[in-house]
Design a protein around this ligand. Structure first.
Ligand code: SF4
Length: 240
């Protein structure tokens, strides 16, 4: 009983370590652990029909990209924002597109949303350098507009190359575009999040984008549930 209480307190503490960022938060009891059969079920998972990809290194993928001009996003960029982290990470986060800070630094998730993502990763008991982080498109859309379908399609081979190289056990997609691009379905993110899916045999957990959480901090409870489900699948210890 004491062990359960300690675990619940640790869980709540880990959640609060990032959930307090960005505004008022509804303090909920720690979510009920999800039974393995539900958390890992892929019976309703949708598999993409894409062929298996050749395994190359991240450096090779980046070299093939060069100073890419495959879509019009190249015109306004300062830097290609490729990706950062452990090249053999078990966990990969895929976001939507670089913002202004990312474009200037050439690194994904370094603005306010990125800082929140870092806290989320740390609440899982990991460090930013333990995971791999990238976006569906590697150049910043003007005025932070959403990536257009042809831009997503043009940049997709690079994302596929990164996935084939890192070969993570779990992918967490952040926001609507990353989930829809990877899973090839138009289901709203409000329905997709929290549901295990699959891409090329890799488990995919769609969740909300940290930028959305900055605007809607009450949704952090749901994201924490998703991250706990990921921790359970990866066998990660809760932060104490
Ligand atoms: Fe190339 Fe991707 Fe940049 Fe488009 S977004 S120019 S496809 S690297």
């Amino acid at each position: 009983m004491q062990g359960e209480l300690a675990a619940a307190v640790a869980e709540l503490r880990a959640y609060l370590s990032w959930a307090e960022e960005g505004g008022p938060v509804i303090i909920a009891l720690p979510p009920t652990p999800i039974p393995t059969s539900t958390a890992t079920s892929t019976s309703t998972a949708t598999s993409t029909s894409m062929p298996k990809l050749p395994i190359v290194s991240l450096d090779e993928v980046r070299a093939r990209m060069g100073e890419c001009t495959l879509c019009k996003l190249h015109k306004g960029r300062h830097n290609i924002v490729f990706g950062v982290g452990d090249p053999k990470a078990r966990l990969m986060f895929v976001g939507e597109a670089p913002g202004e800070d990312e474009d200037l630094k050439g690194e994904p998730f370094v603005g306010k949303a990125g800082q929140l993502l870092t806290k989320m990763i740390e609440a899982m008991g990991l460090r930013r350098q333990d995971v791999y982080i990238c976006n569906t498109v590697k150049c910043r859309p003007p005025n932070n507009r959403n990536p257009e379908p042809e831009e997503l399609a043009a940049c997709e081979p690079f994302l596929k190359g990164q996935l084939a190289s890192v070969q993570p056990e779990v992918i967490v997609t952040l926001g609507k575009f990353a989930a829809q691009a990877l899973l090839r379905e138009q289901t709203p993110i409000t329905r997709l999040r929290g549901q295990w899916r699959e891409y090329e045999g890799i488990a995919v957990m769609p969740t909300f984008h940290p930028a959305y959480l900055l605007r809607s901090p009450q949704e952090k409870v749901k994201v924490w549930e998703d991250l706990q489900s990921v921790m359970k699948k990866l066998g990660l210890e809760r932060k104490r």
